[in-house]
Design a protein around this ligand. Structure first.
Ligand code: IP8
Length: 259
C-alpha cells in the first residue's frame, strides 16, 4: 500500500478562500486509479482551513468564546473540501470515504491520539479507502487545536506500515534555499540524515511549516531501511502516475531513516 498526501496547495488555491482546484484533483485521482496501486489518501486543508484558522488563532487552543464559531466554520469548510476530493476519487473509480479526524479522534497538546483504529481497519478490510485531512480537532489540554495533514501522514505511516509514502505538492522537490527568491537554490534529488548536516543557517530560515530542516526531518521520520518518502510535483500532468508506476521522474526522495 502507498500512503499519499495531496497537499493543500495542489488541491486548492491557497490565496483565495475556499477555492477548489477541481480539474487538478480529477486528473490526480485518475492518475492514482490508472496506477492500479492500493493507496490510502490524506489531503491538506489549503484555503478551506488555513485562512480562517490563522485569523482566529485556532492552532494554539481555546482562549476566547469568539473562536468557537470560527473553529466550527473551519471544520465545516474542511469537510466540504474533503467531500469534493472524495467525489473526484469516486468518479475515477476509487472507492473512498472521508474520515474527518475531528469527528473520530482527539488531540492532546496538539498531537493526534488514535486510541481506537477499528474504523480505519474495517474500512480498509472492506476495500474502502479512508480519506483523512488536516482539520480542527478537540484537544484534551487545549480544548481544540489543529492536526495537520502531515501529522496524520506520520501517524498513519506508523499505524499502517506502507511500502512507500508520497507527498504531492506544487513544486518539483525540496530546495536548499527558496527557489523563488534565491538564485543559488538547488533542488535535492535525494535526502538522507547526512543532508541535515550540510544545511547552512540560511536554509534554516523559519517559515510557518518549520523550514527546510523541518521538512527533511519529517520526510525522513517516515522512512526506514526499506521505505522511501517522495515529494513530487502534481501540477505536471502524468508525473504522479509515472512515479507510481516505478518510472524515474523529477522528485525528491528521502531515504534511510532519521536515527
Ligand atoms: O493543510 C492544516 O492542515 P494542512 C489544517 O495539512 C487546518 O497543513 C485546519 C488549517
Amino acid at each position: 500500500m502507498i500512503l499519499i498526501k495531496l497537499g493543500g496547495s495542489i488541491i486548492t488555491d491557497k490565496t483565495q478562500y475556499r477555492t477548489f482546484r477541481r480539474d487538478t484533483v480529477a486528473r490526480l485521482a485518475s492518475e492514482i486509479a490508472k496506477s492500479g496501486k492500493k493507496t490510502v489518501i490524506v489531503h491538506g486543508a489549503g484555503s478551506f482551513g488555513h485562512i480562517v484558522a490563522k485569523e482566529n488563532d485556532i492552532m494554539n487552543g481555546y482562549k476566547a468564546p469568539e473562536q468557537i464559531p470560527a473553529a466550527a466554520r473551519v471544520m465545516a469548510d474542511t469537510r466540504e473540501l474533503s467531500g469534493m476530493v472524495v467525489e473526484e476519487l469516486l468518479k475515477a473509480g476509487i472507492p473512498a470515504v472521508s474520515v474527518p479526524p475531528g469527528s473520530c479522534f482527539v488531540l492532546d497538546e496538539g498531537k493526534l491520539v488514535i486510541d481506537n483504529r477499528e474504523v480505519i481497519d474495517r474500512l480498509l478490510d472492506l476495500g474502502i479507502i479512508p480519506v483523512m485531512f488536516g482539520d480542527v480537532c478537540t484537544d484534551r489540554t487545549r480544548r481544540f487545536s489543529i492536526v495537520s495533514g502531515d501529522q496524520i501522514m506520520e501517524r498513519l505511516c506508523t499505524m499502517l506500515d506502507p511500502e512507500e509514502v508520497v507527498f504531492v505538492s506544487d513544486i518539483d522537490g525540496l530546495y536548499d534555499h527558496n527557489p523563488k527568491t534565491e538564485k543559488k537554490a538547488r533542488m535535492y534529488g535525494r535526502v538522507t540524515k547526512e543532508t541535515l548536516k550540510t544545511l547552512d543557517s540560511a536554509s534554516d530560515v523559519d517559515d510557518v511549516t518549520g523550514g527546510i530542516r523541518g521538512k527533511i526531518e519529517s520526510m525522513l521520520r517516515m522512512t526506514d531501511s526499506k521505505r522511501k518518502c517522495i515529494l513530487v510535483n502534481g501540477d505536471v500532468p502524468g508525473r504522479l502516475l509515472s512515479l507510481l508506476k516505478g518510472e524515474i521522474v523529477t522528485c525528491t526522495t528521502a531515504e534511510g531513516g532519521l536515527e
